[in-house]
Design a protein around this ligand. Structure first.
Ligand code: IMP
Length: 429
């Protein structure tokens, strides 16, 4: 029985929440492996709407949730989220949530640096969520991060804070931002420790046990391949690897345990934050997609930029992300448009290429090459079988499959969990 990893195939916000929720009902455990509370999933269950940022979505379905070592954890945000969903009736205890004791912590100084640096970048800003994600990953790689297990050792915390503050206060000073003093941070961490530590353990061992007893593991990705620190539209990316390989390194299971890789893609494209977006629309159609698709960021509330489906970009995500099947979402947003365009490549310096180059200048200069296809009359909304879809919508999906070189194994046709067309069960591999 296969495990499943779910990753975004564009720039995030592809509707992973619904697909993960749907798959979580068939899994035994749901595991986050990268990112932090920059992610945002909205889950609608009955009359409750849950907004999750850091907690694995499976908790909503009563499944064990695991936060792996590859995640950066803001302990204050974690506890606030636990309190929020507990008030909505969910049960989050050390029996239902486990956190890697070797995961990196986000401290208040990380979001301060994040925001100060974005401010200093002016119109060259990345458009980060301001939640300290990048600075926390930088500390991890620089080997000065405070990790979950350190919360149990006040002396270690004290020593590490000396090193962290030497580095960060110098930076904050240089950026003209207020600095931090050690005692305040130490008190802050020591006050949070008793609430965080009961969740901490070496999760790799639990995952190994679960795997060997035949349990189904769902690896829940955050952000998306085009925001990957290596493979995305650098530097307009997040600070972690978002590709499926990270499900292994970000949790402590081997690569063979990751299982089937399901990529999520919207039937059009959106992006929040800055950075290249070749098929972006600045016209009435772009506005229409934004309105129909309710395209506002879950975490920051920012309006998302909208554009046509970019098959060249998703094909690239399929290849580098290890995507074996696609879940296509929000097809209904394209209902009743007379014609649709699909990006099939880019013209760069007089040459037509099928991939986004690494250079930011070339990315910014990429002019999309389109194929125009007929739209459909009638609605895809709520369809639960191919027979419910207009013929032209099926053609659109089939053309996407050809262009991105991956099968569409799942179609989502409304925010409702059951409005889904399953072509192939990812847990069957
Ligand atoms: P950071 O992850 O806060 O450093 O932000 C870096 C870039 O990733 C910005 O363009 C953000 O808008 C984008 N980003 C981060 N998390 C998400 C997400 O969950 N969905 C979509 N974009 C995201």
């Amino acid at each position: 029985m296969a495990n499943v990893a779910v990753i975004g195939a564009q720039w995030g916000d592809e509707g992973k929440g619904k697909v993960v929720d749907w798959l979580a009902s068939r899994a035994d455990v749901v595991v986050r492996f990268q990112g932090g509370h920059n992610a945002g999933h909205t889950l609608v269950v009955g009359d409750q709407t849950y907004k999750l940022s850091l907690l694995p979505s499976g908790l909503v379905r009563g499944k064990l949730g695991v936060i792996g070592n590859g995640v950066v954890i803001d302990p204050e945000a974690l506890l606030a989220e636990i309190d929020r969903v507990t008030a909505q009736g969910l049960t989050v205890t050390p029996d239902t949530l486990r956190i890697a004791d070797n995961a990196t912590l986000i401290l208040p100084l990380h979001s301060a640096i994040d925001r100060a640096r974005e401010g200093a970048r002016g119109d060259k800003k990345i458009g980060t969520t301001g939640r300290g994600i990048g600075p926390a990953y930088e500390d991890k790689v620089a080997r000065r991060a405070i990790r979950v297990a350190d919360l149990a050792e006040p002396d270690t915390l004290s020593d590490k804070l000396d090193e962290l503050l030497r580095h960060h206060n110098t930076l904050l000073n240089g950026l003209g931002a207020p600095t931090f003093e050690k005692q305040g941070l130490l008190d802050h961490l020591l006050a949070l420790a008793p609430r965080v530590l009961p969740y901490a353990e070496p999760v790799w061992e639990r995952l190994d046990d679960l795997r060997r007893s035949g349990k189904r593991i769902l690896f829940e990705g955050a952000q998306a391949v085009m925001l990957d620190i290596d493979h995305g539209t650098y530097p307009f990316v997040t600070s972690s690897n978002t590709v499926a390989g990270t499900a292994a390194s970000g949790t402590g299971v081997g690569p063979s345990a990751v299982g089937f890789v399901l990529g999520i893609a919207k039937a059009y494209s959106t992006r929040v934050g800055s950075g290249p977006f070749p098929t972006e629309l600045h016209d009435a159609t772009g506005k229409l997609l934004g309105e129909r698709g309710h395209e506002f960021g879950t975490v920051t509330g920012r309006p998302r930029r909208c554009g046509w489906f970019d098959a060249a970009l998703v094909r690239q995500a399929v290849k580098v992300g290890g995507i074996q099947g696609l879940a296509l979402t929000k097809l209904d947003v394209l209902d009743n448009l007379p014609e649709l365009r699909i990006g099939i490549g880019y013209e760069i310096g007089g040459e037509i290429v099928r991939r986004l180059p690494a250079s930011p200048r070339a990315q910014a200069a990429a002019v999309p090459v389109y194929e125009t296809v007929e739209g459909w009359t009638g609605s895809c909304r709520g369809a639960r079988s191919w027979a419910d879809l207009p013929a032209q919508a099926i053609k659109y999906v089939k053309r996407i499959e050809e262009l991105v070189e991956a099968p569409v194994t799942l179609l989502s046709t409304s925010p409702e969990r059951d409005d889904t067309i399953l072509v192939r069960d990812p847990f069957e591999g």
